[in-house]
Design a protein around this ligand. Structure first.
Ligand SMILES: *Cc1c(COP(=O)(O)O)cnc(C)c1O
Length: 358
């Protein structure tokens, strides 16, 4: 059975994958840290020195006495964090392209027992604050789900970033109306290097209450950190993790890679590299006729509008990229493992395919 499965999976050459940053492998710093944690017998469920050190590293990173939890993936991190902030009759306001709305299979609603997600528009994946305010103040009666959380994604689903001032403006608005602020930071590192700012500047110092900080797409095998800057909001969060199957018994192997990433600086180096690959691709594609860059390239993805004949030719040639995310263009996602040579080859392939445009 295993053999059948293994042979039915197509061999994917490493050089040409731009579908997602989670196609990439585990970076050396994360793998080495995992290896170092693999020694003898160690207490389980997070009561170990690696997990303690990882929590401490995150506190130092943010210069904040935050409460930290490690869960297996981003869907769980977002859903459980939102559930901790909401009651079932509350609502969460987010961008219409937000991962919590489009890619989590209703998990945020499920784990909060019915909290409603309400969608605001905004160009380039960033919330339009007037639209957000309209959603919040539209109704104040008992028949409308009570707005309780503003959720922002940093970097956004469309590869843009909010500046520290933009984060602060959004959290100000939220606070004025009594809402808490959640940040989906699956690509938080990419935003930090893009803005060249301190992690605190786009999180707690700008008014974010809880951050779901991505590990997997940054170069780890798996795992995201749920970071509560307001410790009171984390009350009994460990029970939510356990009940939802997110409390790893061998927690050290999920926690240790954070030490490898943070202590070596790989979390920033990886993000910087991925961002620079996306910018190189933007530069390479900019002058190709019939190809249009759709959104400012501010993190590690590039969204491109191209005629169907071109994208089909690329798919036929074996290039992997998504076309269903965002406003319908092709999304090319770079990772720590993308090479400049990969970018040159992709650009050459696009150039060649563009000759098919009549
Ligand atoms: C990938 C991603 C997540 C996490 O997804 P999982 O597959 O559940 O780990 C969350 N938010 C955004 C914006 C993402 O791109």
């Amino acid at each position: 059975m295993t053999d059948t499965l293994a042979t039915s999976v197509p061999e994917i050459p490493i050089f040409n994958q731009f579908a997602s940053d989670n196609y990439a492998g585990i970076c050396p710093q994360a793998l080495q840290a995992m290896n170092e944690a693999n020694r003898g017998f160690v207490p389980s469920y997070g009561n170990d020195k690696w997990t303690e050190r990882a929590c401490q590293n995150i506190r130092e990173l943010f210069a904040c006495d935050c409460q930290v939890f490690f869960v297996f993936n981003g869907t769980a991190a977002n859903s459980l964090a939102l559930a901790a902030l909401c009651r079932s009759y509350h609502s969460v306001v987010c961008h219409e392209m937000a991962h919590i709305e489009t890619d989590e299979c209703g998990a945020p609603e499920f784990f909060s027992n019915g909290t409603k997600i309400m969608l605001a528009s905004g160009v380039d994946g960033k919330l339009d604050l007037e639209a957000v305010e309209q959603l919040i103040i539209r109704r104040t009666d008992i028949h409308y789900p009570k707005p309780r959380v503003l959720s922002m994604t940093q970097s956004t689903e469309l590869g843009t970033v909010y500046t520290p001032e933009e984060v602060a403006a959004a959290t100000d608005l939220a606070r004025r109306h009594g809402l808490r602020v959640h940040m989906d930071g699956a690509r938080f590192a990419n935003a930090v290097v893009s803005l060249d700012c301190h992690p605190a500047d786009i999180s707690w110092k700008a008014g974010v209450d809880v951050l779901c900080m991505g590990g997997a797409k940054n170069g780890m095998a798996l795992g995201e950190a749920v970071v509560f800057f307001d410790r009171e909001l984390a009350d009994e969060f460990e029970y939510r993790c356990k009940q939802s199957g997110q409390l790893a018994s061998k927690m050290r192997f999920m926690a240790a890679p954070w030490n490898g990433m943070l202590e070596s600086g790989a979390w920033l180096d990886n993000a910087r590299h991925a961002n620079s690959c996306a910018r190189l691709l933007e530069k390479e594609l900019a002058d190709i006729k019939g190809i249009r860059i759709m959104h400012p390239c501010q993190s590690n993805s590039l969204f491109v509008e191209m005629p169907p004949v071109v994208s089909q030719a690329l798919h036929d040639a074996g290039w992997h990229f998504y076309s269903f995310i965002g406003a319908g263009g092709a999304r090319f996602m770079c990772s720590w493992q993308t090479s400049r040579e990969d970018i040159q080859q992709l650009a050459a392939a696009v150039r060649q395919a563009s000759l098919l445009i009549s």
